[in-house]
Design a protein around this ligand. Structure first.
Ligand SMILES: [Cu+2]
Length: 321
């Protein structure tokens, strides 16, 4: 009996270890090593995902997010990179969008963790740098920027943060997020391509949201299948309790959404999980049938506001001097 149990436990442990190894193998593509100007034939390019912005910008030139280091230590590493144009030259001049020259989103590839920071540019070299609180794991970086007089675009790279970690399941759809004492409820109207978020605190509607980067909220959507990054544009809105966005989910699938909003002089991040397409009833159900699916999975989001506080309140305008 005991031997039988031991064997079972051993097999179960093997499955867990193998499962984690498999997950890492799937998500950790080949590193995109510096190749001294050789600008074609990257194996990792095929794994990169470019999703066109929802507002009809044409195809963008391909820009590369070239990390100074593909692997960093966990904690608060400084992430350094350059944006390279099609000829491999660093981009040194950017247009300001939402009050910054470049927005850097870091999402752990199981979509459990999210950071939104504003690196500093050395305009002489085109090098961007920013310290980010990063735990161990594989992270997808999205640089959202517009080279001067060019269309806005997004360049991506994978960053490995050394150490042990356990990937989390995406879990069921979750349209209510609790963070820092706030409760934020998401509704999506597929017919009008709108997403609206309703913010309350202690049961009372929040009506004095503070502008953050020129809007009352910023929403990022990442598709779980391929980590595609979806541009979401804020609509004119009041300072709460509703924040409206225009979001066209052109591809079906499961998405994680991250909302940054500012209140009480702090930036808070709420997160949501939705299903777009026939796997869910959101096309017809109006997105209001989910209260029973809420879970307390968002408790662990509490610490993330600190990251925003560090990075967004003291980093100036994101450029050198
Ligand atoms: Cu930003």
């Amino acid at each position: 009996m005991r031997t039988w149990q031991k064997i079972l436990a051993y097999v179960a442990a093997l499955v867990v270890v193998f499962g984690v190894a498999l997950w890492i193998g799937q998500t950790a593509g080949p590193f995109d090593t510096d190749d001294d100007g050789h600008d074609t034939g990257h194996d990792s390019d095929s794994a990169r995902v470019h999703l066109e912005p929802a507002d009809g910008h044409g195809h963008d030139a391909d820009y590369e997010l070239a990390l100074a280091q593909d692997v960093v230590a966990s904690g608060r590493p400084t992430v350094a990179f350059r944006i390279l144009d099609e000829s491999g030259d660093p981009v040194t001049s950017y247009d300001v969008q939402h009050e910054k020259q470049l927005h850097l989103i870091a999402v752990r590839r199981d979509l459990a963790e999210f950071r939104h920071v504003h690196p500093r540019l050395d305009p002489g070299t085109g090098q961007w740098e920013v310290p980010i609180d990063l735990g161990a794991g594989s992270w997808q970086l999205y640089a959202d920027f517009a080279p001067t007089d060019e269309d806005p675009t997004v360049a991506e790279a994978e960053l490995m943060v050394a150490g042990d970690f356990t990937p989390e399941e995406l879990g069921p759809d979750r349209l209510t997020s609790r963070v820092d004492g706030y409760e934020v409820h998401l509704e999506r109207d597929a017919a009008t391509s709108t997403v609206s978020l309703h913010v309350t605190r202690d049961g009372a509607e929040v009506t004095d949201l503070q502008p953050y980067l020129g809007a009352y909220g910023h929403l990022v959507a990442i598709r779980a299948d391929d980590l595609a990054y979806l541009h979401v544009h804020p609509e004119e809105s009041t300072p709460g309790p509703e924040i409206g966005f225009h979001a066209e989910f052109e591809e079906d699938g499961r998405y994680r959404l991250f909302l940054d909003f500012k209140h009480g002089d702090r930036v808070h991040t709420a997160d949501f999980t939705i299903t777009v397409g026939d796997a869910g009833d959101d096309e017809t159900g109006g997105g209001d049938t989910d209260e029973d699916m809420d879970e307390d999975m968002d408790e662990d989001m509490g610490g993330e506001g600190d990251d925003h506080g560090d990075d967004d309140h003291d980093d100036g305008e994101g450029h050198g001097h």
